[in-house]
Design a protein around this ligand. Structure first.
Ligand code: AMP
Ligand code: ZN
Length: 470
């Protein structure tokens, strides 16, 4: 059984879904005003690994929602600077996010709502009105605020005492019309030049926290089995989501809260404000593959900080190459046979893998189990103590583990589509050979370096030049 660390209880607890065999999971999605950076993708990849663990190891059916925050100060500001309507402006970043998700092998959630979808705006209006009825709000200068003092258990998730709450980075400190510095805005009064909606609460736009509560309640219903996000969202975002949702429904909002630690670069959190961000296209430009980034980002435990380094990327590339070579080697075994020792190694690896993943997604230990299998089967093959039945069983185990991790199949798909079209590679190899025949070694070298920069390595051998992916 899966055991998950629950931020709410600060304990690792056994997980089963509340209803039937279905897991209802909500994860806070990207704010779509720029291309998501690889720090953001650490969170989304770890949540994808959680999803795959529930689905493929747990056997549960998934009902997952990941939203697009497509209305807030950043998106409105970006659209204004670009001179574009808000929805059109955010659409391009949504497309970019989807492209990166696909490249990184992130499964598409069942629901990907945009905050500005009409049904969601209506749900936000309904939520605000319900909170008003329940006495949790007040109005000031056209905005609606949540009165924290009206919600007794405020601070339970983040473990902050009400009185000690500081006006922090993501608390709306600039709103002087609030009665209390800790209160947060549910609905912001319309401002000239800003997009405006009115789902029955007065003209304006939603606060960020309201968007998530409304979408989660509308699409999945309370209590959610799991609510997930990056660790910076615990306070105030998730605390406020709880206050709004529970203040409106009177019941619990989410049973499990899962938070992913940050990706760092040289000791600093990767974030746009620090300016140390990389995006997936930038990594591809440098010759790395999305599968290697996925591998790197899931290879250490999701509750530990992870430091991004280029050496780490190289190691990830190398580890994946070993896995892909192993899989190819298994596919080439023709000698019939079955060996109990190999079969036992395979069974052990499968058990260890499952146990590691069920232990709060211990991906590092799960990968160690996979690499022990690689080592054992490789040495059996070297010693001619493994046959085709063993190879098939090992391949099946590899595929089963990879359903959860999602790295090897991604790598193999990348291998099947090289970064430079095969025709072009062959034409350039031909041109290089012609240059060499004319003793124009500078030109021959230029072609080799050009291909190398584009991710293709050339190897000259007795039977001519062969190419492979970097
Ligand atoms: P945002 O687009 O800023 O709303 O963030 C999208 C998701 O990425 C949220 O769950 C954040 O908590 C998460 N996130 C932001 N920065 C990092 C980072 N450096 N490492 C891991 N996750 C992050
Ligand atoms: Zn959220």
């Amino acid at each position: 059984m899966l055991h998950l660390y629950n931020t709410l209880s600060r304990q690792t607890e056994p997980f089963t879904p509340l209803r039937d065999n279905q897991v209802r999971m909500y994860a806070c999605g990207p704010t779509v005003y720029a291309r998501a950076h690889i720090g953001n993708f650490r969170t989304f990849i770890c949540i994808d690994v959680l999803r795959r663990t529930l689905k493929y190891l747990g056997g549960y059916q998934m009902r997952q929602a990941v939203n697009y925050t497509d209305v807030d100060d950043k998106t409105i500001g970006g659209a204004e600077r670009a001179g574009m309507p808000l929805r059109e402006y955010t659409e391009q970043w949504i497309q970019a996010f989807r492209e990166d998700n696909d490249a990184l092998g992130i499964e598409t959630p069942e629901e990907t709502p945009r905050a500005t979808d009409e049904a969601n705006m209506t749900a936000m209006g309904d939520l605000v009105r319900q909170l008003e009825q329940n006495g949790h709000t007040y109005r000031s200068e056209g905005s609606v605020y949540f009165r924290i003092a009206s919600f007794e258990s405020y601070g339970r998730l983040a473990r902050v005492v009400q009185d000690g709450i500081q006006a922090g980075a993501r608390v709306d400190v600039d709103e002087y019309s609030k009665e209390d510095a800790r209160d947060f805005v549910l609905w912001k009064a319309a401002k000239p030049g800003e997009p405006t909606w009115d789902p029955g609460v007065g003209p304006g736009r939603p606060g960020w926290h309201l968007e998530c509560s409304a979408m989660a309640l509308r699409l999945l219903g309370a209590p959610l089995d799991i609510h997930a996000g990056g660790i910076d969202l615990i306070f105030p975002h998730h605390e406020n989501e709880i206050a709004q949702s529970e203040g409106a429904t009177g019941g619990p909002f989410a049973r499990f809260w899962v938070h992913v630690e940050h990706l760092f670069v040289e000791g600093e959190k990767m974030s746009k404000s620090v300016g140390n961000v990389y995006t997936l296209p930038e990594l591809i430009e440098k010759g790395y593959r999305p599968s290697a980034l996925r591998y790197l980002l899931l290879s250490s435990h999701y509750r530990k900080q992870l430091n991004f380094t280029w050496a780490g990327m190289e190691q990830a590339e190398e580890s994946l190459r070993r896995l892909a070579d192993f899989s190819a080697r298994l596919g080439a075994v023709t000698v019939a046979g079955r060996h109990e020792g190999v079969q036992a190694s395979i069974a052990t690896a499968r058990t260890r893998f499952a146990e590691a993943m069920q232990d709060d997604l211990n991906t590092a230990a799960a990968l160690a189990a996979v690499f022990d299998l690689v080592r054992d089967v490789n040495s059996a093959l070297d010693a001619r103590e493994a046959g085709s039945e063993d190879a098939v069983a090992a391949q099946e185990a590899l595929v089963a583990c990879d359903q959860v991790l999602g790295v090897l199949a991604l790598r193999q798909a990348e291998d099947a589509t090289p970064p430079v079209p095969v025709d072009e590679i062959e034409r350039l190899i031909g041109e290089r050979q012609a240059a060499r025949r004319q003793r124009d070694f500078a030109e021959a070298d230029r072609i080799r370096v050009e291909l190398q920069d584009r991710g293709i390595l050339l190897e000259d051998g007795p039977s001519g030049t062969r190419w492979k992916r970097r």
